[in-house]
Design a protein around this ligand. Structure first.
Ligand SMILES: Nc1ncnc2c1ncn2[C@@H]1O[C@H](COP(=O)(O)OP(=O)(O)OP(=O)(O)O)[C@@H](O)[C@H]1O
Ligand SMILES: [Mg+2]
Length: 369
């Protein structure tokens, strides 16, 4: 199971496919009248070559650092300056692809903390930067399917058919209409009954794992590997979430920056430990993302500090602000990455996706060292 471990360059402008006849306006190249098409092709080739070899991270960081800071008493100006820095640092930047398919379960049994929002936006940011990403919607509410613009009415082949009937994922996976390389296995309302139906089935905890690993292997063998699988869990620790934990190697926990944020987290960690010791020794919490961060409140800062104290290695530096654009995007069947790419919410998710990707590559390099 290998995929191209090289950074994926942002697609460069492609040149015209054929040269047209010279026109009086065409420039002179090497002392003879050139064809605009030839010149354009040459420029496109140069751009493409530059895109594959240039790592301009330091240059971008220097430009971003040169933006003046704002007075601490003008939070709006501070936010604008911070967004401008992110835009310069992130837009069009290359994101490394993992050497192997990374399977992450996005979980937190607390409701409404940003699991689905995080799943779809991180997936969209990774796919837009060149990775191939599958989102598995494991919540009967079907919110991830809605946000990705993927139909999930009752008759659609869905993750229920995979879990309960043992159908392969191939017939269920649909492309997201807005972003190439972003795929979704939708959830329909049928999934609400699966929690009970699974109880009496054989190998009830490993059904998703079998389906996902078979799909990953088939795609890898076909030369079109997945880079990431993100599983969006329901707000419970039932059999659906257990299936997600068994299928994954990494747990990604979004934590909402509010008073009860850490309540219930110990229960989640205990469950992960149980799965680790009985069903999936590879499972570990690799990533924590602070969501709905409100820079104007001390409470958000306190929660963030507490989480960073307890989980310093896992918590991403990027935090996601509370943002109207993020909450509006699903009603348009979109992620905020396409709905408003320059908004602070989109930039934060892009920043988090870059960090997630870079950490994965660093971990693989350490493993193989
Ligand atoms: N950063 C944000 N800013 C503003 N609103 C947000 C943000 N993140 C999520 N929301 C909104 O908060 C609500 C809950 O988010 P979301 O559905 O992602 O949480 P969840 O953990 O998946 O919920 P559930 O437990 O029901 O599955 C949604 O209405 C979403 O649009
Ligand atoms: Mg959800």
């Amino acid at each position: 199971m290998t995929s191209d471990p090289q950074p994926t360059p942002v697609p460069a402008a492609s040149g015209p496919s054929h040269a047209s006849d010279a026109s009086p306006n065409d420039p002179v190249v090497d002392g003879r009248p050139g064809r605009l098409a030839d010149v354009a092709a040459e420029v496109a080739a140069t751009l493409e070559a530059t895109a594959t070899v240039t790592d301009d991270t330091e240059e971008r960081a220097a430009i971003a650092a040169s933006i003046p800071g704002a007075d601490a008493h003008t939070p709006l100006a501070q936010a604008v300056a911070a967004d401008a820095r992110k835009r310069i640092t992130l837009s069009g930047r290359t994101i490394p692809r993992p050497a192997r398919t990374r399977i992450l379960t996005v979980a937190n049994q607390k409701g409404g903390v940003g699991k689905t929002t995080t799943t779809v936006n991180i997936a969209a940011a990774l796919a837009q930067a060149g990775s191939t990403v599958l989102v598995v919607d494991l919540d009967p509410q079907g919110n991830a399917s809605t946000a990705l613009g993927v139909d999930h009415h009752a008759e659609v082949p869905s993750i229920y058919d995979v879990l309960v009937d043992g159908d392969p994922l191939d017939g269920v996976v649909r492309p997201c209409p807005d972003i190439p390389r972003l795929l979704c296995a939708p959830a329909t309302i049928d999934l609400a009954g699966a929690e009970i139906e699974l109880v009496s089935l054989v190998a009830r905890e490993t059904r998703l794992q079998k389906a996902v690993s078979a799909y990953v292997e088939r795609r890898t063998a076909a030369g079109d590997p997945l880079d990431y699988v993100l599983v969006d869990c329901p707000p419970s620790l039932g059999l659906l979430t257990v299936n997600a934990f068994v299928a994954a190697t990494e747990v990604f926990i979004p934590i909402q920056c509010e008073y009860y944020a850490l309540e219930g987290l110990s229960q989640l960690l205990k469950n992960i430990e149980l799965i680790r010791s009985h069903l999936n020794p590879a499972l570990h919490v690799s990533t924590i993302l602070l969501t709905m961060f409100d820079a104007r409140t001390r409470l958000s800062a306190q929660v963030a500090e507490e989480v960073r104290t307890h989980f310093s290695a896992q918590t991403l530096k990027a935090t996601v602000p509370r943002s109207v654009r993020i909450s509006e995007a699903p009603s348009h069947g979109q992620t905020v990455i396409t709905y408003d790419p320059n908004s602070s919410g989109a930039l934060s998710y892009l920043e988090a996706a870059v960090e997630l990707a870079e950490r994965g590559v660093a971990a693989t390099t350490e493993e193989s060292a």
